[in-house]
Design a protein around this ligand. Structure first.
Ligand SMILES: [Fe+2]
Length: 387
């Protein structure tokens, strides 16, 4: 056996995860020395009044809090610039990211840029940020991207229309507050898309070549929690038990990808997001069954376990039959959640596919984690099957 590489295991320093946990915001803000807080959120959430209520938790304790509520979905690199200016002008010493992955990514990146200067373009890539940023408390309101537990933030490079990541250990939030009560009113289609993103994180990291016994604990439990509750969360959104499973599953999946990474599904979803503006969770979910059907050969035992964790009856089946059951279970789930089963829905044409395959294949940061080695022709074949 070849010596295995040794990987670190990182999480936010403090995690509060329970319904009502947002009440811990002000004490955590004080502990981190926050006096001037910038709360970063998105337009959709502003309309619900939630950011104002969260800001009130801080001002009631004597902290000042400015709200920036202009984050857009799938943010561009340039969209960070006004936020960074605000961080610097307000002399913010604590950033709170409240919302989905976009708001939390903008919060994490603007905290780094506020301290380091420059623009996102200066830091795209891995380990290119010289020093820590302003501390960040992340409060997800979807379940979810897991952005509260990952050291990266993704933005569209508007010069190339490609999504790129700033990846740095300094990007990890100091504190994550996971409060399922904040997710009770998320619309069904967003619950489905973000929930499938979290399930994709869990399955890709569970079967990643960088998976460790520690990441497996989180990934396996995420698959189990999301598998048993995603339908209820989508179709009966006020069910707090289902929302709690999804919130915790999303966190665990985030912790797992932070340390074991994602694979071909995410690499192949990038062109769908960048060029065709397909929401991240939908792009992943559409591709997931097709990539899994290919990937099971790379780790049959683990994919059979995925089926077991999803509640499928696998006793008496061979490992390969179990792994095939996992693919069928994910396909059925996508169908139940009305996820598009073909990329033609997004206006992808046959002539687009070769370039998409070359781009996805070149995303080695993710492709190198994939349980099965994929040539560019194989990536193309998967895209063609999904067309
Ligand atoms: Fe994702």
């Amino acid at each position: 056996m070849m010596p295995q590489p040794i990987y670190p295991f990182r999480t936010p320093k403090v995690i509060w995860a329970a319904p009502g946990a947002v009440a811990k915001l002000a004490p955590e803000a004080r502990r981190l020395g926050g006096t001037h807080v910038l709360l970063i959120t998105d337009r959709g959430l502003m309309a619900t009044g939630a950011p104002q209520r969260v800001a009130n938790l801080l001002t009631a304790e004597g902290l000042t809090c400015t709200i920036y509520g202009e984050v857009m979905a799938e943010p561009s690199a340039e969209s960070l610039d006004p936020v960074v200016t605000l961080v610097q002008n307000e002399k913010a010493n604590l950033i709170v990211g409240l919302g989905g992955g976009s708001a939390i990514d903008v919060a994490k990146a603007s905290a780094l840029l506020g301290a380091n200067g420059g623009t996102a373009y200066d830091y795209f890539g891995t380990d290119r940020v010289p020093k820590p940023g302003i501390p960040v408390i992340a409060i997800p309101t979807t379940a979810g991207t897991g952005a509260e537990a990952t050291p990266n933030a993704i933005f569209t490079n508007t010069k190339t229309q490609v999504k790129e990541g700033i990846i740095s250990p300094y990007m990890m939030p100091e504190v994550a507050i996971i409060d399922a009560e904040l997710t009770l009113t998320v619309p069904a289609r967003v619950t489905a898309a973000t929930g499938m993103d979290a399930l994709t994180h869990a399955i890709e990291s569970y079967t990643s070549v960088k998976a460790t016994p520690t990441t497996d604990l989180y990934a396996a439990e995420a698959i189990r929690l999301i598998g048993r509750s995603i339908r209820t969360a989508v179709f009966r959104g006020a069910d707090l038990a289902a929302r709690s499973d999804m919130a915790l599953g999303s966190l665990y999946a985030g912790i797992s990808i932070c340390n074991a990474g994602t694979g071909a599904v995410h690499a192949m979803a990038y062109p769908l997001g960048g060029q065709f503006h397909v929401p991240h969770g939908i792009a992943n979910a559409t591709l997931l069954p097709y990539v899994l059907a290919y990937n099971i050969q790379g780790n049959v035992e683990k994919f059979a376990n995925v089926a077991r964790l999803l509640g499928e009856p696998v006793d008496g089946l061979s490992a390969l039959e179990g792994a095939e059951t996992a693919v069928a279970a994910v396909s059925r789930l996508c169908c139940d959640l009305s996820i598009p089963s073909h990329m033609s829905v997004f206006d992808v044409k046959a002539e687009d596919i070769r370039a998409m395959a070359e781009f996805a294949h070149a995303t080695r940061r993710l492709m190198d984690n994939n349980p099965r080695n994929l040539s560019v022709d194989e990536v193309e074949a998967i895209y063609r099957a999904a067309l």
